[in-house]
Design a protein. Sequence first.
Length: 396
Amino acid sequence: MKIAYILEIFPKLSESFIVNEIVELLRNGHDVHIFSMNVPVEGIKHEAVKEYNILERTHYFSFNSIFKVNVIDLLKYFMFGVFQDLYNLKIYTNMFVFNLKQAYFATIIHKNRIELIHAHFASMGNVSRRLSKILGLPYTLTAHAFDIYMYPDVDNLREVMENAHSVVTISDYNKNHLQGKIGIMNRIDVIRCGIDINRFSPRRRSMVNDGIKLLTVTRLVEKKGLEYLIRAIPIVIKEIPDCNLTIVGTGPLNDQLHQLVHDLKLEGYLQFKGDQSDLELMHYYENAEMFILPCIIAQNGDRDGIPVAIMEAMAMELPVISTMVSGIPELVEDGISGILVSQKDEKAIADAIIKLHKDRKLRLEMGAKGRQIIENKYNIVSESEKLIKIFNKMRC
């Protein structure tokens, strides 16, 4: 099947789940073309992007590129988009550029005889809906987190989803929210963001209880709750002096979190490692004793879906400490594969760290159970099969 993926930015280091999904579609013989609304600026890319030559399937807009496509089709699709905006009384600052970009993508989609348009995130669902009208193609949508929780335009969200031929989301929590709070009437399928479990090979961990190596892998943004993890460390080191926390990732709160570490005099206990390649990241997973990601609901309503980093940690048989926020309890079984605490509670985070440190048998049991959960419920192979079934229905 020929499928167009409409994305805000591709590739993006924090969106490994999209790369995983595209790779699995390619493995199953589908012809996927990616249309990125913006050009990425990150230097590090996931290994699979190069391994499967995905950038050769990725289209970016530039003013020079418009001369490489059918100009007649380009103008036709451009005028269609402009008239659509005028008819709906939608006038906006980047209207000309947006419609030109949309027309450019439409021309390529038409040329490549694409059969289906799929978008990740509701914001890209808007673009897919417009392309669907221009080209007469069905579109589907996967909803995640910020796109449905952060300052949602409820009317627009409802329109985008109810016009989609199929709506997918990544958790039961999201499904209940969309149907109960937003009022989406059409069917919503829950398909998890799976990972390639073959990439994760847990190592045999030491049974010695001396120090403790803690790890988190995340973007440095409010909803990840890193402030509360950092504030938990002074409590932990009173009980475990040889405590070390590694934070992998970058983000807008970088300076603020560094300042907090300085204010709490934790420089000797905590390291920021920035973004890392897949190979380097695996090294951090292999050397950690537990994984912590104390997610919260941000002031603007933003929250996580189900963090892929937690899935990766569980695949590496790391016990997880997280919070009872959003879809996380669907992944981490409290007391079985990890410990879930209330959000914004540094004392509870510290107590969980200390508890797992003292009980090495529990750490190993939780790690093994976590790997089993990922294999059974968050495996990219089985989750992609569900998505492919939905895509195939579009042919009927």
